[in-house]
Design a protein around this ligand. Structure first.
Ligand SMILES: *[C@@H]1O[C@H](CO)[C@@H](O)[C@H](O)[C@H]1NC(C)=O
Ligand SMILES: *[C@@H]1O[C@H](CO)[C@@H](O)[C@H](O)[C@H]1NC(C)=O
Length: 359
C-alpha cells in the first residue's frame, strides 16, 4: 500500500467512525454534540418549506454579516470576529431566539390596552455557556404612531412574576423590572433584560413576565404579533486568528504533495437540510498528498514527522510516511433549529481546512 493511501484509509476510517450508520449519509453523533444537540432534532412539523421566512430578521442580519466577514477575513473592523455579537454589543458566539410560550394576549380597554404573560423556556442553554446579553423583542403587525399632544404615548410596563399563583396577574406576586413610554414603534420594539433572563437558568426562578401596555387610545395595539427573547452566550470561543488569503501553491512538479483540496459539503447531501437553515453548505476542504523526504518547511511538519520521513526513506515498508492532516482550521456560522425548535445562530470553530501539514 502506498503510504499516502494508508493515510487516506485512516481518514476514511475516522469519517466512518464519526458518522455511524450510513457512512457520511447519517448524522454524526459527535458533530451533533458539537452543535449542542443531543440528538438530531425531529423534523420540524408545520414549518413551511421556506423556513427562512421564520428566521427573525436580526439573526439573518448577523448571519449575513458573519458570512461576509468570513469572505473578507482581513476586515474585522466593527465585526469583532467570531466571539463578539456586534448587533447586541456583547461578547458571544451563540445567539438563540426563544419563542414566547406565555399564551395569548388579552386586548383590553384603556387605560391598560394589552396585558400578556410572557414565558421563555431557556433550558436549551447549556451549563458551559455564559449568558452575556438578553433582549426582549415585541413585534407588531404595523407601525404605531402617537401624537404626544392628542392621544398621548404608550406606556409599557414589564413585571417579573415572583409567585406562581394567579399567573402573576395580581400585583402582590410581581415586581416591576421596566417602565417606558414611547410615541413610535417601527413594527418592533426591544429592550435589554439581561439581569432577568440570566436568572431564569434556574427553572424554579423562571415564572415568566407580565407585559402591560397602557394608552389613552388603544388603536393599533391589537396588531401585537409576538414576543421573542434573544440570548447571547459565550461557550468555548477562541478569538479569530488572521487567516491568509490564498492557499499554498506547491512548486511545479509536486502536484501530489500534501496540500488542501477543495471540498464543498452540502448539508442536504448529509440529510441535515431540515434543521440547518443556513448556509446550505460550505467550502470545507480536506488535506491530501504525500509527505515526502526531505520534508520542506512548507509542509509544516513536526520534528517527529521530519524524523519519520527519514526513517521511511530508509525503510519504506516498515514505516509509513507521516499523514497529511489539517493544521489550521477556521470557523463558520450556522443558523439552525435546536431540539426545542428555537432558532439559533452559532459560530463553530474548526469547520474549514485552511492549511495542511505532515504529522
Ligand atoms: C422546558 O423545555 C425542556 C426541554 O424541552 C422541557 O423538558 C421542560 O419541561 C420545559 N419546561 C417547561 C416549564 O415547559
Ligand atoms: C504551511 O503553513 C504555511 C504558513 O504557516 C502555509 O502558507 C502553507 O500553506 C502551509 N502548508 C500547507 C501544505 O498547507
Amino acid at each position: 500500500m502506498r503510504p499516502w493511501l494508508f493515510c487516506m484509509v485512516v481518514v476514511v476510517l475516522v469519517v466512518v467512525l464519526a458518522f455511524p450508520g450510513r457512512a457520511l449519509g447519517g448524522p454524526g453523533g459527535s458533530f451533533l454534540r458539537a452543535l449542542g444537540l443531543h440528538d438530531r432534532p425531529p423534523r420540524p412539523h408545520g414549518r413551511s418549506p421556506n423556513a427562512n421566512a421564520e428566521v427573525p430578521p436580526l439573526l439573518w442580519k448577523i448571519f449575513q454579516r458573519k458570512s461576509q466577514e468570513k469572505e473578507a477575513p482581513e476586515d474585522h473592523a466593527g465585526g469583532g470576529g467570531g466571539c463578539w455579537m456586534e448587533e447586541l454589543h456583547a461578547p458571544g458566539n451563540i445567539l438563540r431566539r426563544f419563542a414566547d410560550q406565555g399564551g395569548p394576549a388579552h386586548p383590553r380597554a384603556p387605560p391598560v390596552c394589552l396585558r400578556k404573560r410572557l414565558y421563555f423556556n431557556v433550558s436549551a442553554l447549556e451549563a458551559g455557556e455564559r449568558v452575556t446579553a438578553a433582549r426582549l423583542e415585541l413585534r407588531f403587525g404595523q407601525n404605531l404612531y402617537r401624537a404626544a399632544s392628542t392621544s398621548g404615548p404608550f406606556d409599557l410596563r414589564l413585571f417579573r412574576v415572583t409567585r406562581a399563583s394567579l399567573a402573576g396577574m395580581s400585583a402582590h406576586n410581581r415586581r416591576a423590572v421596566l417602565s417606558q413610554s414611547f410615541l413610535h414603534v417601527h413594527k418592533s420594539f426591544s429592550f435589554d433584560v439581561t439581569p432577568v433572563a440570566g436568572d431564569w437558568r434556574t427553572p424554579s426562578r423562571n415564572l415568566g413576565l407580565v407585559l402591560e401596555i397602557g394608552a389613552r387610545d388603544c388603536s393599533g395595539l391589537d396588531s401585537f404579533r409576538e414576543a421573542s427573547l434573544f440570548v447571547v452566550s459565550l461557550s468555548r470561543c477562541r478569538s479569530p486568528r488572521k487567516k491568509r488569503g490564498a492557499y499554498y501553491v506547491p512548486p511545479a512538479g509536486a502536484a501530489n504533495v500534501c496540500k488542501p483540496r477543495g471540498l464543498y459539503i452540502g448539508f442536504g447531501d448529509v440529510g441535515w437540510e431540515n434543521w440547518i437553515i443556513a448556509p446550505q453548505g460550505y467550502q470545507a476542504n480536506y488535506c491530501l498528498g504525500e509527505c515526502p523526504f526531505p520534508l520542506t518547511e512548507e509542509l509544516n511538519g513536526t520534528n517527529h514527522a521530519i524524523l519519520q520521513t527519514i526513517v521511511h526513506s530508509l525503510d519504506p515498508r516498515g514505516t509509513p510516511q507521516p499523514c497529511c492532516v489539517p493544521v489550521r482550521l477556521s470557523p463558520i456560522s450556522i443558523l439552525y433549529y435546536d431540539n426545542d425548535d428555537n432558532v439559533v445562530l452559532r459560530h463553530y470553530e474548526d469547520m474549514v481546512v485552511d492549511e495542511c501539514g505532515c504529522r
